[in-house]
Design a protein around this ligand. Structure first.
Ligand code: ADP
Ligand code: ZN
Length: 673
């Protein structure tokens, strides 16, 4: 008690902190606001409308959750992600926030309970799908209660150009008409100016203040490797750098999603597929497993991922080229929300370029659509082929200044690519294309061009007499992979183009300048050895799966090995708690929090309260349990780290006891075991 009294005196001598900051400490257990959070929250708490652009993992949720807690009434959150509402609500309840949702998965009684709680003013937050908001019955219900704030999550769904378009979002402008005095906050991780404008216009928020956060995600390491045998490359990447880690593998087609998941599973990696062609039950089950299990890999099309706020996704891999930098950034942003080191890895090759160019040309869209799609592809290719820092290039694309010209945490920074003078090689490729066209009136794809350059007498070469061309065999100084690299880079630089349904190679206006030696063609040398994130983590053969997992998690968290036993014990304890309550493990504590506990080794519940991510409710619920786990272990010798100071609490309640709440109904166990 003496300790608590001391804390109290400190509090009274401090300048009173804002209610928002007090809520951040008390409920969420975080020390400070991140970036734009504070400004956004202040603005909304005082009744202003806001449009918020923040990268995935940037911390958007707090921007509406804290105003909902601070302002009187219930915060209404509009979210398109019905399947995730239960988890979002569970996570909030674990923090002691009174949250509920209304959607089509509920039966009549459940909905009635939530409605009654809302009307009685017993909810801090209520989640709704946009289609429900259109119903007059819902609007009537909302009119009868008190609303603190409207939050429109995933606000880019209002944009007709994006692939996430939801027609129901268009009707959300009525919120401003019917509730002119309730502040509205629209949030998205999509950064383009066009989307930004559409959100403002279509949601009817002309007076909203705009907040644009830094889009940098420093803990994500960006890497793009030349594609050779993508599945094998992926497997090596996972085995070497992310054994036992949770992650997402994006593929373009449903077929490759299935094949990749099968391949990984056959090679001992827990992996499941996810795409729009699977039935709803399977999709929901796979998503639930991803959220609840430690270390599952989901192979997916872009249908997967929006709104998934699992904090410990350690990698996002792309086996095919994304269609735009926006898409790439949103998908990779799903890694490392907990701030711990994570990898964005992509394998990219000549076929990606040809395929996407073909797809654009044969698409049903009009000319404007094709122009837009091509511009997106060009930007994506520029990112892939750059010799500059990838992060700097990404940020520049979003119109932001990078902190430094070289980030030190992307492949081009870690191993600067060498360039070589590819002028002669480019001329050889172009000459071959010219000869075929002028002498034979033929157009061929990359495979045939490479076979001709290498002087290979394949069936197709003989069939067309291509061994009689003067360019036959003029390119034996490079191997097949190198030639494909040359062609790929020429396509990316606009020195060659792809035509028609067969993806034949044709000249562009710029080709002539190379043939006439009016310009040089610098090319990137393909990295012969892959860049790895943290060097080899050593062989883990002989160790069990659990141990491998713990090692992987520790490696990802860059944790000293002496802390491993404590981290592992805490994770095991957490898994037990999660199972008992039927919630994902991260709802109990994030890895980052467990890591800090292991490092600081708090000796008492009070000390534990100073650790980031442990608010009042969690301290009361789990404090004794965590201290018990540590007490059962031997504290490793090592440099003494000061235990954290108990966080100052401003609510003036020296008693850390949380008021009794009725126990929540156990959610239905998902079919994932
Ligand atoms: P977004 O919705 O923008 O993708 P989230 O709201 O899910 O991001 O936040 C990402 C992660 O960062 C979450 O795990 C959240 O708990 C954590 N976080 C958010 N704000 C803070 C903060 N001020 N201090 C520490 N962690 C934070
Ligand atoms: Zn860099």
């Amino acid at each position: 008690m003496a300790e608590v009294a001391e804390v109290m005196t400190e509090v009274t001598t401090e300048v009173a902190e804002s209610e928002a900051l007090a809520t951040l400490h008390r409920v969420f257990g975080y020390e400070t606001f991140r970036g734009e959070q504070e400004a956004v929250i202040e603005h909304v708490v005082s009744g202003g409308d806001a449009v918020v652009l923040m990268p995935t993992g940037g911390g958007k949720s707090l921007c509406y959750q804290i105003p909902a807690l601070v302002r009187p009434g219930t915060g209404v959150v509009v979210s398109p992600l019905i399947a995730l509402m239960q988890d979002q609500v569970d996570a909030l309840r674990a923090l002691g926030v009174r949250a509920g949702f209304m959607n089509s998965t509920q039966d009549f009684d459940e909905r009635r309970t939530v409605e009654a709680e809302f009307l009685a003013g017993e909810l801090d937050l209520i989640y709704l799908a946009p289609e429900r908001l259109r119903l007059e019955s819902t609007l009537d219900l909302l009119k009868r209660g008190k609303i603190s704030v409207f939050a429109i999550d995933e606000a880019h769904c209002v944009s007709q150009w994006g692939h996430d378009f939801r027609p129901d979002y268009l009707s959300l402008s009525l919120l401003g008409e019917r509730w002119p005095d309730v502040p509205r906050i629209a949030l998205t991780a999509t950064a383009t100016h066009a989307t930004h404008r559409e959100i403002t216009e279509r949601l009817g928020m002309p007076d909203a203040r705009h907040f644009v956060a830094s889009f940098d995600r420093p803990n994500i390491q960006y890497r793009i490797v030349p594609k050779a045998d993508p599945k094998k490359q992926l497997l090596a990447f996972l085995e070497e750098e992310h054994p036992g880690d949770a992650g997402i593998v994006y593929c373009l087609s449903r077929n490759s999603v299935e094949k990749t998941a099968e391949f990984l599973a056959r090679n001992g990696i827990a992996a499941v597929p996810y795409h729009a062609g699977l039935d709803a039950g399977t999709r929901a089950a796979h998503q639930a497993r991803f959220l609840r299990e430690d270390g599952l890999v989901v192979c997916a099309t872009i249908a997967f991922g929006m709104g998934i706020d699992k904090p410990d996704v350690r990698f996002v891999a792309h086996l095919d080229l994304p269609k735009s930098v926006e898409g790439y950034y949103q998908e990779t942003g799903r890694a490392g929300r907990d701030g711990l080191p994570s990898t964005a890895w992509m394998a990219y090759g000549l076929n990606d370029v040809i395929q996407q160019r073909k797809m654009i040309q044969s698409s049903e869209g009009d000319e404007a659509f094709r122009r837009r799609a091509s511009a997106h592809l060009e930007a994506m290719l520029a990112l892939c082929e750059t010799a500059r820092c990838r992060r700097a290039q990404l940020l520049a694309y979003f119109g932001q200044d990078p902190a430094a010209e070289a980030c030190g945490n992307c492949d081009t920074c870690l191993v600067p690519p060498e360039t070589w003078d590819g002028t002669v090689a480019a001329q050889k490729v172009l000459s071959t294309v010219v000869r075929l066209q002028r002498e034979r009136g033929q157009k061929f794809g990359a495979i045939q061009i490479v076979d001709i350059l290498l002087g290979r007498k394949t069936a197709k070469v003989i069939q067309f007499d291509h061994d009689q061309l003067s360019v036959f065999g003029i390119g034996e100084e490079l191997d097949e992979g190198a030639w494909r690299g040359v062609i790929r880079q020429m396509l990316a630089q606009g020195l060659l183009a792809v035509e028609g349904a067969y993806g034949t190679l044709v000249l562009t206006e710029a080709s002539g300048t190379v043939l006439r030696r009016e310009r040089e063609v610098p090319l990137r040398k393909e990295q012969p050895k892959p860049v790895t994130a943290r060097g080899s983590s050593g062989s883990s053969s002989g160790s069990g799966r659990a141990e491998r997992k713990a090692k992987a998690a520790a490696a990802a968290a860059e944790m000293p090995s002496e802390l491993l036993p404590a981290f592992e014990a805490l994770r095991a304890w957490r898994a037990g708690q999660a199972k008992e309550q039927g919630v994902p493990a991260y709802v109990i504590f994030h890895d980052a929090t467990l890591r800090e506990i292991a490092a600081l080794w708090p000796g008492s519940v009070e000390e534990l309260g100073g650790i980031s991510g442990i608010g009042e409710k969690k301290l009361v619920t789990y404090g004794e349990g965590v201290i018990g786990v540590l007490a059962s272990l031997e504290r490793p010798a090592g440099p003494a780290v000061a235990a954290p100071e108990p966080r100052r609490r401003s609510d003036g309640d020296p008693d850390l006891h949380w008021p009794e709440t009725e126990t929540e109904p156990e959610p239905e166990p998902e079919d994932w075991g």
